[in-house]
Each structure stands twice: as structure tokens, then as C-alpha cells.
Design a binder for this molecule. Structure first.
Ligand code: ADP
Ligand code: MG
Length: 265
């Protein structure tokens, strides 16, 4: 089994990275009886939103206090396997972040500015084919830590919010990915997914047309509409597909997961 490492990144905050990452992960793990994927999620953000998507606040605070989280694995440069937590869903695991990730740039620079720390940490898991997918939720930054994430990735999914400012800074983000791809030849942009679409407003069509007219970056057919079920689900530490299976967004995330699963990385 080949492990595909996919990162959800956009330096713009609030674009839907954590929401898309958590829900696509669940969708891949529950595609259908014969097609369910084994998925490891990595929470790369100090805000711990991905961790909170599957675990309650007390548990997440416990992860934060523990030595077995992403921050400490990066700091010690080994034993990332010890950080893996099983979610309540079969085949869906998570490596939690830590609030100390606010300090990660300094740690990485102190260790010589290595861009391959994460790649080296994941090597064993990938070699042993433990997972079909490793999905990484990136923070809204473009520093050495995100460079480490991109160095370890096969593909990048870029969630873009359908809003007047949704595309601001996107060229910068794509430039950063292209620059990272010079060092990591295997890296490609899987696509842009337009999120938080409100059909009553015109921004979706504007955003989609602009994206299609400007270039060669693929845009996913599936877009994610605004759905309050998503927030209710997050408030209950569940993906929307488990919280409200019949919701519109649960179907959309499933469609997006199928599109992603068809890409040859
Ligand atoms: N499709 C959606 N419908 C409703 N709320 C959404 C949707 N997608 C994201 N949100 C909300 O928008 C906020 C930002 O999303 P989030 O995934 O945290 O973005 P990011 O990780 O890029 O900062 C969160 O409060 C989330 O609940
Ligand atoms: Mg986030």
C-alpha cells in the first residue's frame, strides 16, 4: 500500500483548512465497506482545531500537556508513532498538536533550519504502509514549519473562501508551494476547493471564474456550501458525516474525498 501525504494549506486564516481536513479524513475512512481508507491526521496548528474536531476540550488539553504530541516529536526528532491517538472511528487516527507549536519556528531554526524534520519523522510509518493517507492541517503561516510540511507532502489541497477577500494572497501561497516543489519534486497542487459558499451571494461564481481564468491550478468540481451543521458537529467534537449523516455538507465532503482519491499522486 502506498501512503499519500496530503496537506490542507492556505496562509489565509478562516479559509476552511481544519474543517476540510477533518471532514475529508472522516469521509476517506468511511467511503464504503470495501473502499474505506486508513487515515492518519496530523494537527499542525497551535490552535489545535483539528484535535478539537475529534476530541473534547479536556482531552485536547491533556494532549497539550503530554510529551506525546507533534511539538515534542519535532523537538526530539523521533518517536512520532508514540503520539498517535485513535479516534472513535475505525481506521481514523490523529497526532495532536500543542499550544507550544507557537514556538516551533525557533525550535526548527535552533536545530539548524532543517526542512526535512517532519519527512524524517514520517519515514517509518510510510515505509511500513500503515496508512493509505496522512492528512496534515497546516497553520495559516508560510514559514519553516510549513516548509517542513510541504517537504513531507505529495499534494496540497488549498481551501479558498468564497468571499471578497478570499483570493487575496493566494498567488503568494501558490508561489510558496511552487518554490517548495523545486526541492520536493513529488509535490503537486491537488486543487483548490472553494468553501463557505453562500448561494444567495454572488461570490462563488466570481471566485470560481477568477480562479479558472487566471491559471493552471485545478479547481475541484465539488465546493462546500455554508452549513450550520458543520459548526454544530464541531461543537460536539465530531465530523459532520457522523453528527448529521444526511446533511448537505456531509455529502459534499464525501464527493470531495472521492475526487481526491481519484488523483494519481
Ligand atoms: N462550510 C461551512 N459552513 C459553515 N461554517 C464553516 C464552513 N467551513 C468552515 N466554517 C467555519 O468557519 C470557521 C473557519 O474555518 P476553519 O476550518 O477553522 O478555517 P481555517 O482552519 O482555515 O482557519 C470555523 O469556525 C468553521 O466552523
Ligand atoms: Mg485551522
Amino acid at each position: 500500500m502506498k501512503t499519500t501525504v496530503l496537506t490542507f494549506a492556505n496562509n489565509k486564516g478562516g479559509s476552511g483548512k481544519s474543517t476540510t481536513c477533518s471532514n475529508v479524513a472522516y469521509a476517506l475512512a468511511t467511503l464504503s465497506k470495501t473502499k474505506n481508507k486508513k487515515v492518519l491526521m496530523i494537527d499542525g496548528d497551535m490552535q489545535m482545531n483539528l484535535s478539537l474536531s475529534f476530541f473534547g476540550e479536556d482531552e485536547v488539553l491533556g494532549f497539550n500537556e503530554s510529551e506525546d504530541n507533534l511539538y515534542h516529536a519535532l523537538e526530539r526528532g523521533k518517536d512520532i508513532e508514540k503520539c498517535i491517538r485513535h479516534t472513535e472511528f475505525e481506521g481514523l487516527d490523529l497526532i495532536p498538536s500543542s499550544m507550544l507549536m507557537s514556538n516551533i519556528e525557533e525550535v526548527l531554526y535552533k536545530n539548524g533550519g532543517d526542512r526535512r524534520v517532519l519527512e524524517k519523522l514520517l519515514k517509518g510509518l510510510i515505509k511500513d504502509s500503515v496508512y493509505d493517507y496522512i492528512l496534515i492541517d497546516a497553520p495559516p503561516t508560510l514559514g519553516l514549519w510549513v516548509r517542513n510540511i510541504l517537504q513531507a507532502s505529495n499534494g496540497v489541497v488549498i481551501p479558498v473562501e468564497a468571499s471578497p477577500w478570499g483570493l487575496f494572497g493566494l498567488a503568494n501561497m501558490i508561489g510558496y508551494v511552487e518554490d517548495s516543489a523545486k526541492e520536493n519534486k513529488g509535490l503537486k497542487v491537488a486543487g483548490i476547493v472553494i468553501t463557505k459558499v453562500d448561494v444567495r451571494k454572488n461570490y462563488f461564481h466570481q471566485t470560481e471564474e477568477l480562479l479558472k481564468s487566471t491559471g493552471d491550478i485545478p479547481v475541484f468540481k465539488t465546493h462546500i456550501r455554508v452549513d450550520s451543521s458543520i459548526e454544530w458537529a464541531q461543537d460536539n467534537s465530531k465530523p459532520v458525516g457522523a453528527y448529521r449523516k444526511s446533511s448537505r455538507s456531509a455529502g459534499e465532503f464525501k464527493d470531495l474525498a472521492k475526487e481526491i482519491d481519484k488523483i494519481d499522486f
